[in-house]
Write a protein that binds this ligand. Structure first.
Ligand code: FE
Ligand code: CA
Length: 480
């Protein structure tokens, strides 16, 4: 169709206006670029906030089950707006992005020029349709005083294993920032509660379908709409237990999974995959209050050797040295604390020298407060981090908060407790599905381990299984 018509179409006000004006053509097997169904069924998202902007994301996909999302094989204009208020009476920026079929019609709008430490609202338009409205925010200016920050932390959302009641609870708690620590979706089918969204993905089409299926979930969409997310992956975004150079994953599968991950996450351009690599480790600063060091413990690990790879480790330890933050927070995948017996494999216990260098890095840099946030384990944990793993009640130099899974593993049991005599530094564990809320202030860190009653139905209460605090400059968890 003529491009003038398309531009004219974008000026039409209101959702659905275009479809009403263009008569159907019986011969067309697929809609033209100017005429497609509501393309916003995957919702919208934002991510990686900085002091002057944030990334806005959406993907046009009127047919989420199709590899191309049901979009025509050409570029489509996507209008975006950012406003001070939810009703868009004070629009502060707007523009147009191109959704390209080579990116599965995803858009990643990297905003600049916004004010630091502020809440904003955003929405998109395409093909006469308008997206849901979502909230985001910019980070406070570097070094700025911040009185408090509440984050939501989640991991391990197997669609087939249950309903995302944890994401609905997280959205209702309205954190200002969400950290997702991996297993955003699963390549496997889960435990049969819900349709996992097709067979196991192994190529680009397969991964696109799996991501799109995940994104159709309304509770996940609500969690994305409440705050910007900072995401890192674990293993299931590619395949169970893959690990850097040691995995037996083909280059083509790895490329496909990485490509689809980039397409579906609110990441900055620096994370566009190059061949079989995707740059994911990065820092997010939150004024003088906190620095989030987001790690990739999958892509560079070697069996029995480093879990981060040398380059990432140097970057991390340099970051501790440069940090002036009240709280230096690692956002990462697998269980960090030493542990005798039980628990998942492929953790930092398999890479003790890496762990020792990170913890010594805290001590040498004199970080004010060291915190590790962890996913993967599928069980909530609160751990004191001893400098010497052989002396777990000795010198405590940090805190680990492990969030349980959103659904993986099913409902679990009312089996909360601690690490017992063998693991006195494991202060708390709770085997239910849920998420973690963590509130940082200059004086303390507070952690609330949130759990859902069930993942087997959409109806579920949310409660708090345990709460802990850590005082500024006094490592060691205190039960509240
Ligand atoms: Fe998991
Ligand atoms: Ca995992």
């Amino acid at each position: 169709m003529h491009p003038v018509t398309r531009r004219a179409a974008l000026t039409l006000a209101g959702a659905g206006a275009l479809t009403a004006l263009v008569p159907g053509t019986a011969s067309a097997a697929r809609p033209s670029a100017d005429r497609f169904g509501d393309p916003f069924g995957l919702g919208v998202a934002s991510g990686d906030p900085g002091p002057d902007g944030v990334v806005l994301w959406t993907r046009l996909a009127p047919e989420p089950g199709d590899p191309d999302g049901g979009m025509p094989p050409r570029q489509v204009d996507v209008g975006w707006e950012v406003a001070d208020d939810e009703r868009f009476t004070r629009v502060v920026q707007n523009g147009t992005a191109l959704a390209d079929p080579r990116d599965a019609h995803s858009v990643h709008v990297e905003l600049t020029g916004l004010a630091p430490g502020r809440e904003y609202f955003y929405r998109f338009r395409a093909g006469g349709h308008i997206s849901p409205v979502a909230r985001t925010r910019t980070a406070p200016a570097a070094g700025a005083a911040v009185s408090a920050l509440t984050i939501g932390v989640a991991s391990c959302a197997n669609f087939g294993s249950g309903y995302f009641n944890a994401y609905r609870g997280l959205a209702a708690d309205e954190p200002e920032l969400v950290l997702h620590l991996g297993d955003y979706f699963y390549e496997n089918e889960g435990s049969g509660v819900r349709d996992p969204g097709g067979s196991e993905p192994k190529d680009l089409d397969g991964y696109r379908i799996r991501h799109a299926h995940q994104r159709t979930d309304p509770d996940l969409q609500a969690a994305h709409a409440v705050a910007p997310w900072v995401v890192v992956w674990d293993d299931h975004e590619l395949v169970n237990d893959w690990a850097g150079g040691d995995g037996e994953v083909s280059a083509s599968r790895r490329k496909a999974a990485f490509r689809a991950y980039w397409e579906h996450m609110p990441l900055r351009r620096r994370s566009i995959p190059r061949g079989t690599e995707l740059q994911l480790y990065r820092r997010i600063g939150w004024g003088s209050l906190a620095t989030f060091h987001m790690l990739d413990t999958r892509q560079y690990r070697t069996s029995g050797g480093s879990i981060t790879g040398d380059r990432q480790e140097d970057w991390l330890i340099d970051g501790f040295r440069d940090s002036r933050a009240g709280w230096d927070v690692l956002g990462q995948q697998v269980f960090f604390a030493p542990r005798s017996g039980g628990g998942k494999s492929q953790s930092w216990d398999d890479h003790p020298e890496s762990r020792e260098r990170v913890m010594q890095g805290w001590v040498d840099a004199g970080v004010r407060n060291a915190v590790v946030l962890t996913g993967d384990e599928h069980v909530h944990h609160a751990n004191d981090l001893p400098l010497d793993p052989d002396d777990p009640t000795g010198d405590i130099v940090g805190t680990e908060l492990v969030t349980t899974s959103v659904t993986s593993g099913g409902d679990g049991e009312d089996d909360s407790g601690d690490g017992g005599d063998e693991n006195p530094h494991i202060r708390f564990r709770a085997d239910r599905r849920g998420y973690l809320l963590a509130t940082f202030t200059p004086a303390e860190l507070r952690a609330d381990f949130r759990t859902v009653d069930t993942v087997k139905s959409e109806d579920s209460g949310v409660s708090t299984a345990g709460s802990f605090a850590v005082a500024d400059r006094e490592p060691g968890l205190q039960e509240i």
